[in-house]
Design a protein around this ligand. Sequence first.
Ligand SMILES: [Zn+2]
Length: 113
Amino acid sequence: MKYHHDPDIDILTAYSLTKIDILTGVRCGNCPHIPMIRVSASWSCPKCRYSSKTAHIKAIHEYFLLLNNHLTNSELRNFLHLNSRNTAYKMLKSLQYETQGGTKSVNYSKPKR
Ligand SMILES: [Zn+2]
């Protein structure tokens, strides 16, 4: 019996693990920590105490770049580890993405830039 090892499978596995581990949550702009937590209308890093009001914008760009061309309110909440539907709504609204769908399931589209 000849032992055959296929390295492609390991790469794919590693890649999907990386995707899940790294790409959810807001990344700190000052240290490598992820996720930042939402504290009184801004993002706070529990590690270095860095705080930012706009850290989610980069996270949303990463979402559009790497995961999907559109985003719903609940997908955003999962991705940013947010509990508040209203907070997610305000973020999406302030970023002025094109929207599709009715009031119950609005899809926010990736900017065409
Ligand atoms: Zn930090």
